[in-house]
Design a protein around this ligand. Structure first.
Ligand code: HEC
Ligand code: HEC
Length: 286
């Protein structure tokens, strides 16, 4: 092959390569990524379209007549769990202690839209769980109780209610009001500094020994299987919501007080004893 033929051959190669690249682009080819079996069937919530979602949960009393009674009961159970689902409360908390106004308030963890985002992968279960299983988890881990059975009146009511307040949210929408997993800082939580933050900013309501109203540790508090028994989650909650209507702690102070509270004693979450299906994997909440 002389130099000229070599040049022709090279040019041809370039053209073929460019054409190949164009074809791949045309069919939106992307390199396959190895994923766990669960991740393959579950949607990637981060990639859901970030639509402009309005925060306008409907009122429970406006539910259609066919479901209104169930929706109202679900709303009442979340707000006053001890009165409306007394068999399913094992401490001094109600669902509304963490999900104010039936979970429709943005001043605590909102439940608006949650129903649209299940089934979803759960690290505790190692597989995808539906909304009923998530609700059972919450009864078991946060209220330290035997959760209502799937076919119970209480569970049906809570599900109807959660579904109703998600009625205008598209399936698997990414919710702008969902809490971040952690605060945006590289600060290393310091429990000793957190003890001072606690005494100054929290003890007035939550008690010197964590047994105030509502309690933060001790036998009336959430269990060690709660999602709040996690320094990052607790810090996000505190930074956003505590003290109520006066949340002024810095991310660093929030992490410090989280580390302090996290080191206090609380009821142990024992899935096998309480019930069969609210999380066998690890005692760490998520
Ligand atoms: C001690 C605080 C606390 C209590 C009490 C509590 N929860 Fe939660 N709940 C959380 C936290 C924190 C999250 C967010 C982290 C997670 O999903 O595990 C959450 C998440 C949820 C979710 C999923 C929301 C989503 O967008 O995925 C539902 C549904 C829920 N809770 C229902 C309930 C119900 C019903 C009760 C009462 C039986 C209850 N919770 C009691 C702290 C609490
Ligand atoms: C003025 C009283 C008040 C102060 C001060 C206060 N809280 Fe709260 N806290 C509440 C009330 C009331 C709730 C129940 C939810 C609500 O009404 O917002 C709550 C709920 C909570 C919860 C979830 C429910 C539970 O009992 O587990 C946590 C966690 C929490 N507070 C942490 C803190 C931390 C940390 C501080 C200090 C930085 C603090 N709070 C300061 C009144 C207070």
């Amino acid at each position: 092959m002389n130099n000229r033929n070599l040049l022709y051959a090279l040019a041809l190669c370039c053209i073929l390569l460019a054409f190949g690249a164009w074809i791949l682009g045309f069919f939106h080819y992307s390199a396959p990524v190895r994923q766990s079996p669960a991740a393959q069937v579950l949607p990637n919530l981060q990639n859901a379209p970030a639509a402009e979602l309005k925060y306008a949960p409907p009122r429970p009393q406006d539910a259609p007549e066919s479901i209104r009674e169930a929706v109202m009961l679900g709303f009442n159970i979340i707000n006053d769990t001890a009165q409306y689902a007394s068999k399913h409360v094992g401490n001094e908390l109600a669902c509304a202690t963490c999900h104010l106004e039936g979970g429709t308030s943005k001043a605590s963890i909102s439940l608006v839209g949650a129903a649209a985002t299940y089934p979803r992968f759960s690290a505790n279960h190692g597989t995808s769980i539906d909304l009923a299983q998530k609700v059972q988890d919450c009864f078991a881990r946060n209220l330290n109780a035997t959760p209502p059975a799937h076919d119970s009146r209480e569970m049906q009511a809570v599900l109807a209610y959660l579904q109703w307040i998600s009625k205008d949210i598209p399936v698997y929408a990414s919710l702008p009001w969902a809490l971040p997993g952690k605060l945006d800082t590289s600060h290393k939580p310091d429990a000793a500094a957190g003890e001072k933050v606690y005494a100054e900013s929290c003890a007035a309501c939550h008690g010197d020994a964590g047994d105030g109203s509502p309690p933060l540790w001790g036998k009336g508090a959430y269990s060690d299987g709660s999602p709040l028994h996690n320094v990052d989650t607790f810090a996000v909650f505190t930074h956003r919501f505590m003290p109520p209507e006066a949340a002024t702690l810095t991310p660093e102070q929030s992490l410090d007080v989280a580390a302090y509270v996290d080191g206090q004693p609380r009821p142990h979450f024992a899935p096998a004893q309480s019930h069969g299906d609210a999380g066998q994997k690890s005692p760490q909440g998520k």
